[in-house]
Design a protein around this ligand. Structure first.
Ligand SMILES: [Cu+2]
Length: 152
């Protein structure tokens, strides 16, 4: 009985430590886990050279908390774009695309953040086709885009 209690305590401590740190088994930073806002959903992401990952690519419309960590070695940004263009196919104007051009709009973003930094924000998204992108010079073209479908 005493042994069981000790074991439970050890397991609880292990769980607490692994939950408290935002690291994967290899000791590196892992995908964050933000909490969903009331009546909404949580989307967790990572940015690095040269990709963006989301833990879910299809969500219900409404309030969405985006929590993203920079796993790369340089500054990246995380911008939510509403567009009917296919992923990676937004027309470029030089090394970036215009976030207010025809057929492209942005309901919000996390802005730029340095390596190891995590950021979050809540956006209210209506149904439609979205891409989450890094639009720093050359980054979108290098693969920093992810699909996000928002359904009613
Ligand atoms: Cu980037």
């Amino acid at each position: 009985m005493r042994r069981t209690a000790v074991l439970a305590c050890v397991l609880l401590m292990a769980a607490t430590v692994s939950c408290g740190q935002d690291r994967n088994d290899a000791g590196g930073l892992a995908t964050p886990h933000g909490t969903a806002p009331p009546g909404g959903v949580a989307v967790n992401g990572t940015v690095r050279e040269w990709r963006i990952t989301l833990d879910v690519n299809k969500i219900k419309a409404g309030p969405v908390r985006f929590t993203t960590v920079n796993l790369g070695t340089i500054t990246h940004e995380f911008v939510v774009i509403r567009t009917d263009y296919a992923e990676g196919k937004i027309p470029m104007a030089g090394e970036r695309f215009n976030e207010d051009s025809e057929g492209v709009s942005s309901p919000g973003e996390l802005g730029e953040f340095e390596p190891t930094i995590a950021k979050d924000t809540i956006l209210n998204l209506s149904p439609g086709h979205y891409q989450v992108v890094c639009n720093l010079p050359g980054h979108y073209h290098s693969g920093m885009h992810a699909e996000l479908e928002v359904v009613a």
